[in-house]
Design a binder for this molecule. Structure first.
Ligand SMILES: Nc1ncnc2c1ncn2[C@@H]1O[C@H](COP(=O)(O)OP(=O)(O)O)[C@@H](O)[C@H]1O
Ligand SMILES: [Mg+2]
Length: 353
């Protein structure tokens, strides 16, 4: 069931088209991530859905009710939508209890029970209720912000880069805790982030945003494995893009003849591989499989992986590409290697290429 529908949303700030025709359908109980570089319009989109700002054009429909178009808006506090901002935005002079209870209208005992229940939901010790926000860690503050947003039992939760101020380990743990709470409560969630790993791990549906538009909307696997173009591919992770001659579901490429995911296409095209599809083995090493032959032009050891540039064939000026490979064997510049490919290459449909 479609729960939230955004239709042709536009928002202009001076000469900047912050939102340039956004369409999105979100089903009830699902998790959608909107991922894109800084400045692409993510916060603007959440502000329009929350009701902090109005669209210039387009419509927002939520649970069968029109929330906004260019002429009329349902006020933010009547939308039943919760929001957690990047820095949590807790009131610094209020205690944690007052922060969570803010806007909760009930008698004291009911309110206290609800606050205790919310602290439990977000995994915080009730002893923290008397503290002020600056006496909590960043991750704990984000959990309080979530508890405050959950207090009014929103039907939709908006998360604006809520984990980006946290360091890596805490970030993953907080994300997991927040995801579990929202899933257990069955709350439909819209997360915006500039972190592609976070978007792919969090969501059922990912919308890749670029300059006020969605380049692609799909499942995490779909946008990662079958991106619409090279820019989307590169934004979501490392991609090896190769020129190819394609016919009958096979691509003749610098890495040999590879199966492609487009049976119908015929002609010149760009194809893409993800690094996990590629193996690089030093020639002469046992177990080295079939594949194209190349030379390590550069190698940079980064711990578990090494960043290499490989030149194909014997020509140092020939076709070359970069990728991260597991640091399984010690490779050095000048080593001759065999490049194996597993699985299917993805074809970017670009007629006229
Ligand atoms: N209130 C505003 N006034 C003028 N320009 C704005 C305003 N809010 C956002 N913008 C511009 O709109 C674009 C999108 O901003 P924003 O939605 O904050 O992006 P993101 O959250 O993806 O980083 C940016 O170019 C930003 O400078
Ligand atoms: Mg933002």
């Amino acid at each position: 069931m479609t729960f939230l529908t955004l239709t042709s949303l536009r928002k202009q700030y001076g000469s900047v088209a912050a939102l340039d025709g956004i369409d999105l359908s979100v089903t009830a109980g699902s998790r959608t991530a909107i991922v894109g570089p800084s400045g692409c319009g993510k916060t603007t989109l959440l502000r329009l859905v929350a009701g902090f700002d109005a669209p210039d054009e387009g419509r927002i429909v939520f649970a069968g009710q029109q929330l906004a178009d260019a002429r009329s808006q349902v006020p933010a506090h009547k939308r039943g939508i919760g929001i957690v901002a990047q820095d949590g935005c807790l009131f610094p002079h209020l205690t944690i209890r007052q922060n969570i209870g803010f806007g909760l209208e009930a008698e004291a005992s009911v309110k206290n029970d609800r606050i205790a229940q919310l602290m439990d939901m977000v995994g915080l010790d009730p002893a923290m209720l008397a503290r002020k926000p600056d006496q909590l860690s960043g991750g704990q503050q984000q959990r309080v912000a979530l508890a405050r947003a959950l207090a009014r039992k929103p039907r939709l939760m908006l998360l604006d880069e809520p984990f980006s101020a946290l360091d890596t380990g805490l970030r993953a743990a907080t994300r997991k805790a927040v995801t579990d709470v929202l899933t257990a409560a069955g709350i439909t969630t819209l997360l915006v982030t500039h972190d592609q790993g976070e978007a792919l791990a969090f969501a059922d549906q990912v919308a890749v945003m670029r300059a006020g538009k969605f380049a692609q909307v799909g499942s995490p696997r779909e946008v990662y494995s079958r991106p619409v173009d090279a820019a989307t591919a590169a934004f979501l992770g490392e991609a090896i893009v190769l020129p190819a001659d394609v016919a009958n579901g096979r691509a003749d490429s610098p890495l040999g003849v590879l199966p492609v995911d487009d049976i119908a296409y015929r002609g010149k095209a760009q194809i893409m591989l993800r690094p996990e599809q590629v193996t690089v083995t030093r020639n002469g090493v046992q177990g080295g499989g079939e594949g194209a032959v190349g030379t390590i032009a550069e190698i940079n050891f980064c711990g578990p992986t090494s960043d290499v540039r490989i030149t194909l064939g014997g020509d140092p000026q020939g076709f070359s590409f970069r990728l991260d490979i597991p640091s399984r064997e010690t490779l050095v510049a000048g080593d001759r290697v065999t490049i194996g490919v597993a699985g299917t290459a993805h074809l970017f449909r670009q007629p006229g290429f």
